[in-house]
Design a binder for this molecule. Structure first.
Ligand SMILES: [Zn+2]
Length: 325
């Protein structure tokens, strides 16, 4: 289970929050500020998130632009002027050294490692912007994706999807040792978990596959390490906002859940995670997000607690501690 699989429905993307970032509508008498070739950040109507694009046509009369999306998606290319803004500093990933000046990972007795701010932050302001450790999409290894799909169709995997196993295998076969180590270090409920039925079945089926499917020898994959990575992806990743795949962030994965979170989020350029303060933050405050979708946050404590069992923890946030919710 990933956090907030469809971010369009997540806490981060309430229209009123997003509208603050949009360039104010220009005066009708003014020349349009956009011209063909400009690099802009525009709203893709598929999920109402901002994406990077280049202006392909300007329709000043109707106050609309046709844009070419950086990821070559051909849908929803016409956007109105008020859905466009210049790519800004608050949408581009920060360096880790800049992020680490802003936030600290600290152990808390009740919840393990959590993330805290080192400075005060006003509501709506960016806390930091982080680039993904890995975006595990089918295009990274189409033959492996296809092979896992076939296995899943023949007999469904227990997790109900191939994305976690795919991401874990991509981690082992395509990342350097240091990056694998970072992902191995992510929270899992049982760090000593033995390879389960799915992992064993996948690895044994790979023995007959040509090497090009895995891009390495199956004997080189340690089953226990693979199991740990499957769990690391399961408990720390986010569903990709456009494609069937997963995204994992290093610092953000330390953000714990609250049903009344201190932060909200949206996507920036190239799958960057833009974390913003939802409330006024003081120095040393914990940074929390909601792992649940907006509609689930509106439900009772009992329902929220049940949904949160997907992440194998019992929420003890201030809302869950209230006698009546
Ligand atoms: Zn809660």
């Amino acid at each position: 289970m990933t956090k907030d699989v469809d971010p369009a429905e997540g806490v981060a993307l309430k229209p009123e929050e997003k509208s603050k970032d949009v360039t104010p509508a220009e005066d009708e008498s003014m020349e349009p500020r956009w011209k063909v070739g400009d690099r802009v950040f525009a709203v893709w109507a598929g999920n109402s998130c901002f994406y990077v694009s280049t202006v392909a046509e300007v329709d000043a009369k109707n106050r609309k632009l046709v844009v070419t999306w950086d990821d070559a998606d051909m849908s929803h290319r016409t956007v109105s002027f008020d859905q466009v803004k210049e790519p800004a500093d608050d949408t581009i990933a920060w360096s880790y050294s800049r992020i680490d000046k802003r936030v600290t990972v600290r152990d808390s007795t009740a919840k393990g490692r959590c993330l805290f701010t080192n400075e005060a932050c006003e509501p709506g302001k960016v806390v930091f912007v982080e680039k993904p450790l890995l975006v595990a999409l089918p295009a990274l290894a189409p033959k492996l994706w296809e092979k896992l799909q076939q296995l899943h169709e023949a007999q469904p995997l227990n997790l109900g999807t191939i994305t976690f196993h795919f991401a874990a295998m991509i981690t082992l076969t395509q990342l350097d040792a240091a990056s694998v180590g970072v992902i191995m270090d992510k929270y899992v409920p049982d760090p000593d978990e033995e390879p389960n039925e799915d992992v064993t079945r996948i690895l044994s089926s790979m023995k007959d596959s040509p090497e090009e499917v895995l891009k390495c020898k199956v004997e080189d994959l340690c089953p226990k390490k693979l199991q740990r990575l499957v769990s690391a992806w399961r408990y720390n990743s986010f569903g990709h906002h456009k494609e069937d795949g997963l995204v994992l962030y290093n610092r953000i994965s330390m953000c714990s859940h609250s049903c009344d979170p201190t932060c909200c989020w949206s996507y920036g350029e190239e799958d960057a995670f833009v974390l913003r303060a939802r409330v006024a933050l003081s120095d040393s405050d914990e940074l929390t997000i909601s792992y649940l979708q907006d509609e689930d946050l509106l439900k009772s404590t009992a329902v929220r607690q049940l949904k949160l069992q997907n992440w194998k923890f019992t929420c003890s946030c201030p809302r869950c501690d209230l006698k009546i919710d």
